[in-house]
Design a protein. Sequence first.
Length: 240
Amino acid sequence: MRFFCLGLLFLIPHFSLYASPIPHEVKTALMQEIRDFSALQVMPNYIKLKPSHKKQTYQALIGAYMFYISDDGKFVIRDNYLASQHAQSLSERKKRAIRLNALKTLNENSMIIFTPQHIKHTITAFIDIKQNSFNTLHHHLNKLLKMGVKVRYLVAPSNSVTTRQHQKVMAIWCAHNRKKALKTVIKRQKIRTKKCYHPITAHHSVAASLGIKDTSIILDTGQLYKSVPTMNKLLSALRQ
């Protein structure tokens, strides 16, 4: 399958991947491109596909990426909304919506989740376990839970396969009890190295599409912090 990149087209309403009359060749080509793009665990219900304004072409918005597929499935084009030359024209409201849409493509089963008794807000953190910013966030976990904040951890791209940390991250996400494994690593205790079918690559793909590299937080409003803010600032933003 040939792959190209081109400029941003218009963001317009869309419908489900499985809605008719989308040609089978288009669906197949899109799913193959997603696999090739390493977004292996995106949720199909959040993949939106519709005819493009260009003839004989369909488009699908997946997270921050727009895919364009020819009606015979032979050509696929991918464009990043937030990294394109037109991104500056996007309002903050649209950027927040794109971020939330990107997170919806990931199954919660792929995350480490801490849930309060009564959920008032949800924050999603792409974490780098070696960074002080993550340690600061995790240190305040109990306070966040008491405030009714659900906390979801995903893997930040800085934990790449080229780093020593990757083996620890793999061990955490492959563990039967991820929370216990995370606690072990935080305490700098030894953890058994494991390999498994994991969601880390999918986390990296979504994070990269949003311009995230290190420990970062996305609020349930779609607001992005590319570093961990003070707890007062974070709680204040959640109350808005």
